[in-house]
Design a protein around this ligand. Structure first.
Ligand code: DGL
Length: 264
């Protein structure tokens, strides 16, 4: 059965598009309803109270628009307003945040013992990454820094070019990042300057792909609750032979929509 209700995704602006894209790549049969709160960006400079107010209003809007799940594709909202979003979403609409899937993945991944984190002021000062990391993997060492200029430059359309590079250079002159082995881009705008980040970090530092991890978490949740959409491809043949069946299942798996259409 096709479940037509969309996945609700929100951010203050364009950052959440990095998450929407990862979701579309991994779950191409799902519809997306994206909400960018461009009237109120940047969230990273707002108080927790305001971020909560904006986020819960958006969650209510997404639920009343019929979304089957909500992805908080904004670290500032995930860090400061998750309980408000969960409350607004109600018991039947699962909510996925940006922090938990990323920290969970790092705690099981080898070579992520000394972790760097950059994000907005609102995200870093909430302390949520630190607290979640302490809980899931107390041995991991975390160094974090707020990089407030970065999201605004990206929102203005400067992706992987000299402007974000100069901003990052200034922030990375801080020696606390010298010994990290992996880096969390703790703002959904930042994957748009991932190349700049990678260029400035010592070789071998792994930059975590948060949008992909969040998309995987959404897939797991939808699969568990049997709300994931099956592929809508149809394969038709004029003579349904065992040979065709075998090969089609070999290439596309067993739940293939295969039928015989005869013109005779
Ligand atoms: N993309 C948002 C985040 O992940 C924040 C950008 C902003 O509005 O400050 O935190």
């Amino acid at each position: 059965m096709i479940e037509h209700r969309p996945i609700g995704i929100f951010d203050s602006g364009i950052g959440g598009l990095t998450v929407a894209r990862a979701i579309n790549d991994l779950l191409p049969n799902e519809s997306i309803l994206y909400f960018g709160d461009t009237e109120h960006l940047p969230y990273g400079e707002k108080s927790p109270e305001l971020i909560r107010r904006y986020s819960s209003r958006i969650a209510e809007h997404l639920v009343s628009s019929g979304c089957k799940a909500i992805v908080v594709a904004c670290n500032s909202a995930s860090s400061n307003a998750l309980d408000a979003v969960v409350h607004a979403a109600g018991p039947d609409v699962p909510v996925i945040d940006m922090v938990t899937p990323v920290v969970r993945s790092i705690s099981t991944e080898a070579g992520c013992e000394h972790v760097g984190l950059i994000g907005t002021r609102a995200t870093i000062s909430s302390g949520l990454y630190r607290d979640t990391m302490k809980q899931l993997n107390p041995k991991t060492k975390l160094v974090s820094r707020a990089t407030p200029l970065l999201a605004s430059a990206i929102e203005e359309g400067f992706f992987n070019d000299s402007i974000p590079l100069a901003v990052l250079e200034a922030y990375f002159s801080d020696p606390s990042f010298d010994n990290i082995d992996c880096m969390i881009l703790g703002c959904t705008h930042y994957p748009l300057v991932k190349e700049n980040v990678q260029d400035l970090l010592p070789k071998g530092v792994k930059v975590i792909d948060s949008p992909q991890l969040v998309a995987q978490e959404l897939k797991r949740l939808l699969t568990e609750s049997a709300q994931i959409n099956p592929p809508i491809h149809k394969f038709q043949v004029s003579d349904l032979t065992e040979n065709f069946k075998f090969s089609a299942h070999h290439f596309f798996g067993s739940d293939l929509n295969l039928e015989e259409v005869s013109f005779r």
